[in-house]
Write a protein that binds this ligand. Structure first.
Ligand code: ZN
Length: 181
C-alpha cells in the first residue's frame, strides 16, 4: 500500500498566520507523525516536503500522480474564525468520502470537534480544490483546526498534541486501507 501526504504551504508561503503560529509549521509536524504511524504498519509513504521549503500545490499534484498512491491526503489548518476540523473529498463520494469520514472519526477521539466531511465545487461543477480535482487517486484535504481561533488552536498547542493529530489522521487512513488498528 502507498500513501501520499501533501504538507500544505512551506517556504515563502506560511499559510494561515495567527496567534504566533504559522500554518506551514503545524502542517509539517502533523504530517511527520502521520507518516511515522503509516510506516510502522508497513505502508509506503511519500511526503510532498519534509522540511520548510517552497511546495506549490501544482507540484504536490504532480508528485502525487507520479507516485501513484492508493490514497492521498493534504494536511492543512484553517483560518476564517471557525471552530473544529473538516475534511474535503471528491464530490462524487466513493473512497474519498469514506476516507474523509474515517479521518474525522479518529480526530474526534482526540478531543477535536468535527465540522463534517464536505465537498466544494467550482463554477464548472468540478471539485474546487486542485488537490482533489487533479490527483488520480482518492484524495482528501484535512483542515485540522483554526489557526485564528485561540481556543480551537489549543488542540495543537504542543509538539505532543500535533503528534496526536497526525496519529489520528494515520488511523483514519489505515482503516480505509483495511488495516487492523
Ligand atoms: Zn492551508
Amino acid at each position: 500500500m502507498k500513501v501520499f501526504i501533501g504538507v500544505g504551504h512551506g517556504g515563502s508561503d506560511p499559510g494561515a498566520v495567527a496567534n504566533d503560529v504559522k500554518e506551514k509549521e503545524l502542517n509539517l509536524d502533523i504530517a511527520k507523525a502521520c507518516r511515522d504511524v503509516l510506516k510502522s504498519y508497513g505502508v509506503s509513504v511519500k511526503m510532498s516536503r519534509t522540511k520548510d521549503e517552497n511546495d506549490a500545490v501544482s507540484e504536490e499534484i504532480k508528485e502525487c500522480n507520479a507516485y501513484s498512491p492508493d490514497l492521498a491526503v493534504d494536511i492543512h489548518n484553517n483560518a476564517g474564525g471557525g471552530d473544529g476540523a473538516e475534511v474535503y473529498y471528491h464530490y462524487g463520494g466513493g473512497t474519498g468520502k469514506v476516507l474523509a469520514n474515517n479521518i474525522l472519526a479518529e480526530i474526534v477521539k482526540i478531543g477535536q470537534n468535527s465540522r463534517g466531511a464536505k465537498i466544494r465545487k467550482n463554477s464548472k461543477g468540478k471539485d474546487y480544490y486542485g488537490f482533489i480535482r487533479q490527483t488520480s487517486c482518492p484524495a482528501v484535504i484535512v483542515e485540522c483546526a483554526f489557526v485564528d481561533n485561540a481556543g480551537d488552536l489549543k488542540i495543537l498547542s504542543s509538539k505532543a498534541k500535533r503528534k496526536k493529530m497526525g496519529q489520528a489522521i494515520a488511523k483514519g487512513i489505515l482503516t480505509t486501507l483495511g488495516a487492523e488498528i
